[in-house]
Design a protein around this ligand. Structure first.
Ligand code: MN
Length: 287
């Protein structure tokens, strides 16, 4: 592990600790360098841990208890000095670092801004025709550059698309972007509006390994207003739960939950939803 990316210890998710080999892991990835509107996603990992303390470890939906699972919360990657650890400057090293962690067990990365997801697609993933990234996001994030950088929350999926090709990308819940972004997305055929359409695309493409990337703004602002760029006409939590039900039949190796902005969540409702989704993701995909 690169010495430049130390993990900062935190109070573990739901107070769970494990000594042996983990069945699932959590890593906080509080990267925030290009937020353009309502920043604060760097505070999300710890806020999600805080709100998780108000939830039960048992999920009646999965009929499984987190307390029965060897869950390792590894703490947060040290991004406190974001001027130093910028993703574009450290992307290769970050990819290696994340891949090494992920090789041990299903890993949930808690962002951070959406640019973080570029670090979760390893060299091995890029070389594997059976790898696919499934993205839930209100925004297309397909700009070539944004505010002068090709590595922005508004252009990260363009970079991922270039790396993987359209056959290995699915984007769901997208409802905001430029005319050019929508033209590109339709042309290459990566859009799936609803969980059912995602399932059809998966059955067509049959990926062997999936990374699931969830931007909290895929949800409607009435459900999750505490995010950088809220966008009306979004999904309900039940839609994500329907998708998770389908995905349990597939090999989801890792996931990320990004763009939650605690400073814009005074009621805590978005934090509760984020913590709930974190619990459900861990229970759905823990080994
Ligand atoms: Mn978004």
């Amino acid at each position: 592990m690169k010495e430049g990316f130390p993990l900062l210890a935190t109070s573990p998710f739901m107070g769970i600790r494990c000594d042996g080999p983990p069945q699932a892991q959590i890593v906080g990835f509080p990267y925030e360098a290009t937020s353009s509107f309502r920043s604060g996603s760097r505070f999300a990992p710890n806020a999600i841990r805080k709100y998780a303390d108000s939830l039960e470890t048992y999920s009646p939906y999965r009929q499984r208890d987190l307390a029965d699972i060897a869950l390792a919360d590894l703490g947060n990657l040290n991004f406190e000095d974001t001027l130093y650890v910028l993703i574009p400057n450290h992307l290769d090293e970050l990819r290696l670092w994340c891949a090494k962690i992920r090789s041990r067990a299903f890993t949930l990365f808690l962002g951070g801004e959406h640019t973080s997801s570029l670090a979760f697609i390893s060299e091995e993933d890029a070389a594997d025709p059976g790898f696919l990234i499934l993205v839930l996001d209100a925004h297309l994030d397909l700009r070539d550059t944004y505010q002068g950088t090709p590595y922005s929350h508004a252009s990260w999926l363009r970079r991922a698309l270039e790396r993987l090709g359209p056959e290995r990308v699915i984007l769901a819940g997208a409802r905001s972007g430029t005319q050019e972004e929508f033209r590109l997305a339709r042309e290459v055929g990566i859009l799936a509006p609803r969980p059912r359409a995602i399932l059809s695309l998966l059955e067509e493409r049959r990926p062997r390994r999936i990374h699931l990337s969830i931007d909290i703004d895929v949800l409607d602002p009435s459900v999750a207003p505490g995010t950088g760029n809220p966008e009306p006409m979004g999904w309900q939590v039940a839609d994500v739960m329907e998708l998770l039900e389908y995905l349990t039949a597939w090999n989801v190796i890792s996931a990320d939950l990004v763009e939650y902005s605690p400073p814009y969540d005074p009621s805590g409702k978005t934090g509760i939803v984020a913590a709930f989704l974190a619990r459900e993701l861990l229970l759905a995909f823990a080994g």
